[in-house]
Design a protein around this ligand. Structure first.
Ligand code: AHR
Length: 479
């Protein structure tokens, strides 16, 4: 039996709610046919956005949504997405799926979505194919008080007198790749230029530097060394779990192959953070992991490949999400935000939609089970007898409003595990609520025909006795 000690006096930090953030890019079926169905649609909608998704996001307290990309952001002209007569342009991803960008969803519409969900907006600014002046103008349009500037008046004419609330701005996206193939030295200089103009335009928003790809520590080190006293509020990094094997009919080995990459996430977080601290930039460069998730070979989703990067989502994806969120909680003093990629019909999605059909994936349920970690005080844990990955459990705990939430994953896909809990510095009260996400079949997933094939269930927990977590089960206990 494994024992989890909850070390109540050892507080890690507050878990930023934004760690439970989302990402929507103009790619494949994420925006059009995903969140957006159009104002005249027979599909229930709120200002054109799919009501089902809006309501489900409210339920999980979605804190922040990143937009409009991704790579898409690096050829996006914000002017295309305001007013009437919107132009049709080549979408960044056109060469992959032949689709053009209609600009039906632009700044006003996306902000309607955030407002309906109750989430903050995180905009990614185009650093590759536009100028600091264009970004200055976008910020002016969005943020200037009513009636003050010509662009604020244009915003009012377009139906929004009051400034939008957009607290987070990314200064470029993947500028080591799709975002201009820059060297880290070149990017740092570009960042200095853009961020100076952006900060001057909107002193109160947070600006995030474009960080490294996976484990490119040279990029991190160069940025942290060369930033000097220039302002920054975060360091964005992307970490996808590899394109491995079959999405649904995977082997047991492939179960562990994907899951074990969450250990690398932990390593990347800690190495980057140490580099940032060694350069004394920890006050400015807290981590913003604004793209993460399992990126499988495409074609397994309901559209059978018609929607770019759409993939099916099994218990393996739910478990990977649960392990990752435990890693984030346990490192929350280093992390400002994280955004799973991407919300619907795409890489590691919480929803799959086609026409009027829309379902939640098992990963959605993980976000629901973990939601009370948002804003909680993370507490250190010790887990005994937990050395081999294949027989390990992963856990994180937090305290909010006097209640403890502990989320525990049984990594093994073949053996149930018995655990016991012990509070250090405070007793664990009796009377706990348990929610379990489990399916006998690790390859199970939800479909339009069986949307609740995988769904959480309540379990009764007696804290004074050993607790069994079934193989590949995810358990949330609150007391
Ligand atoms: O999420 C899909 C793409 O992956 C994003 O556009 C890009 O930032 C990353 O390479």
């Amino acid at each position: 039996m494994k024992k989890i000690y909850i070390l109540y006096p050892k507080k890690i930090a507050t878990i930023a709610p934004e760690i439970y953030g989302h990402f929507t890019e103009h790619i494949g079926g994420v925006i059009y046919g995903g969140i957006w169905v159009g104002k005249g649609s027979h599909i229930p909608n709120i200002k054109g956005f799919r009501k089902y998704i809006v309501e489900k996001l409210r339920e999980i307290k979605a804190p922040v949504i990143r937009w409009p990309g991704g790579c898409f952001a690096e050829t996006y002209d914000w002017r295309d997405g305001i007013g009437n007569n919107r132009p049709i342009r080549p979408n960044w991803w056109k060469n992959e799926d032949g689709k053009y960008e209609t600009n039906e969803v632009g700044t006003h519409e996306f902000m309607d979505f955030c407002e309906a969900v109750g989430a903050k907006a995180y905009f990614a600014a185009n650093l590759t194919s536009t100028t600091p002046m264009d970004i200055r103008n976008w910020m002016d349009y969005c943020l200037s008080p009513q009636g003050t500037t010509t662009l604020a008046m244009e915003r009012e004419k377009n139906g929004h007198p009051q400034p939008f609330n957009i607290p987070y701005w990314g200064v470029g996206n993947e500028n080591w790749g799709g975002g201009g193939n820059m060297t880290p030295e070149y990017y740092t200089n570009e960042y200095r230029k853009y961020s100076t103009v952006m900060k001057n335009t909107a002193p109160n928003v947070s600006l995030f530097m474009c960080g490294e790809n996976g484990a490119d520590y040279h990029w991190t080190n160069t940025l942290a060394q060369n930033l000097g006293s220039v302002h920054a509020d975060g360091y964005s990094m992307h970490c996808y779990y590899g394109h491995l094997g079959n999405v649904i009919n995977f082997t047991q080995k492939e179960w562990y192959d994907v899951l074990s990459q969450t250990v690398i996430m932990d390593e990347i977080i800690n190495k980057n953070w140490n580099i940032i601290c060694a350069n004394n930039q920890e006050d400015k460069l807290k981590l913003v992991i604004d793209e993460w998730g399992c990126w499988h070979p495409a074609g397994s989703g309901p559209s059978k490949g018609a929607k770019l990067y759409e993939q099916q989502s099994t218990m393996r994806d739910a478990m990977t999400a649960a392990l990752t969120l435990n890693v984030f909680n346990n490192n929350c003093e280093k992390i400002k935000m994280a955004n799973i990629a991407q919300l619907v019909n795409n890489i590691h999605s919480l929803f799959l939609a086609e026409g009027e059909n829309c379902i939640t994936t098992p990963t959605y349920h993980v976000f629901n089970m973990y939601k009370e970690h948002q804003g909680g005080e993370a507490i250190e844990l010790i887990i005994t007898d937990n050395h081999s990955f294949e027989n390990s459990i992963s856990a994180s705990a937090s305290v909010k409003d006097g209640k403890t939430l502990i989320t525990i994953c049984n990594v093994s896909c073949s053996e149930d595990v018995k655990i016991s809990l012990e509070g250090v510095g405070a007793d664990i009260p009796q009377g706990a609520e348990g929610i379990l996400l489990y399916n006998e079949d690790i390859r199970a997933y939800n479909t339009f025909e069986s949307p609740d094939n995988i769904a959480p269930s309540s379990v009764s927990i007696d804290i004074t006795k050993p607790i069994t977590i079934p193989k590949a089960g995810i358990l949330a206990i609150r007391f």
